[in-house]
Structures are given as C-alpha cells and as structure tokens.
Design a protein around this ligand. Structure first.
Ligand code: HEC
Length: 127
C-alpha cells in the first residue's frame, strides 16, 4: 500500500511538473498533461483536506452555500478553464466564502484539485 501511494505520488508530481513547466505557463496550460492519477489525487483532496465538498457538494452538485462545479455557466472561473479554476482555488473570490487555498492546501494540491474539477467540469471524469 505504502509503495502504491508512493508510486501515485511520484506520477502525480511528474504530472504537476509537466503542467507547471509547460512553456505557455499559466496562461494556457497543457491540460493533456493531466493524468488520471492527478485527477484521483484531486478527488481525494476535494473530499478531504481541501473541504471543497462541504460547500460545493459531495457530487459537485452545489449547495445553498456554493455553486455546482459540474458543467454549468461558470461565474468566476471563466469558461471552466483549467487556469481559471486554479486561479480561483489559489486566490479565492474576494468578499465571498470562497477563500484562497481552502483547507490550507498547498499549490501542488491546488493543482491536483483543479485537475479534478476541470475534468468533471468538462465531463471527462465522474464527480
Ligand atoms: C466555505 C465554502 C467553500 C469552500 C470550502 C470552497 N468553496 Fe469554492 N466557492 C464557494 C463560493 C461561495 C463560491 C461562489 C463565489 C461567488 O459568489 O462568486 C465558490 C466558487 C468556486 C469556483 C468558481 C465557480 C464558478 O462558477 O465559476 C470554483 C472553481 C471553486 N469554488 C472551487 C473550489 C475548490 C476546488 C475548493 C476546495 C479546494 C473550494 N472551492 C472550496 C465556497 C466554497
């Protein structure tokens, strides 16, 4: 189990590196560098440390507190683009309950959780 987790973590950080070091940078990240392992890690963070589920719902269906993150008319994260979702996760939405780095997640964890939300938002992964 420990070995498996380590392997997942290594794949994950390789993926993050590819995303972060992509020549076009944050403007237009290469979303093809998002691996299933990153999406799974992001899923765990969404439902764990990031506490995203508490406001956005267990199935990303939204609650009275916060909007759905499934395919919808995005309000803050323009067009549901990866870079926009990452920006919201790391900068928050001023004057709302959406804070920067919810749950005290790290930038790498924000990258993984953004991969998960982006994949669900584009219908590429189950909520
Ligand atoms: C305490 C409640 C709360 C938590 C926890 C929270 N959010 Fe939010 N989030 C909000 C609210 C409220 C908004 C809508 C802000 C507004 O009024 O525009 C929002 C908006 C967003 C949006 C933009 C949606 C759109 O339509 O553009 C994204 C993306 C998002 N959150 C992702 C996350 C992620 C990822 C996490 C966990 C790392 C998270 N949120 C944790 C309350 C929360």
């Amino acid at each position: 189990m420990r070995t498996l987790l380590l392997a997942v973590a290594m794949v994950m950080f390789a993926g993050v590196g590819a995303l972060a070091l992509h020549p076009q940078g944050a403007v237009q990240p290469d979303t093809s560098a998002i691996t299933p392992a990153m999406v799974e890690l992001g899923r765990a963070i969404f439902h764990g440390q990031g506490t995203c589920f508490a406001c956005h719902g267990q199935k990303l269906e939204g609650t009275q507190i916060a909007p759905t993150l499934r395919p919808h008319a995005w309000r803050d994260a323009k067009n549901g683009e990866f870079s926009e979702i990452y920006r919201v996760a790391t900068h928050g939405v001023p004057s709302t309950l959406m804070v920067a780095y919810p749950g005290g997640i790290t930038p790498a964890q924000a990258m993984a959780v953004a991969s998960y939300v982006w994949s669900v938002g584009k219908g590429k992964a189950k909520p």
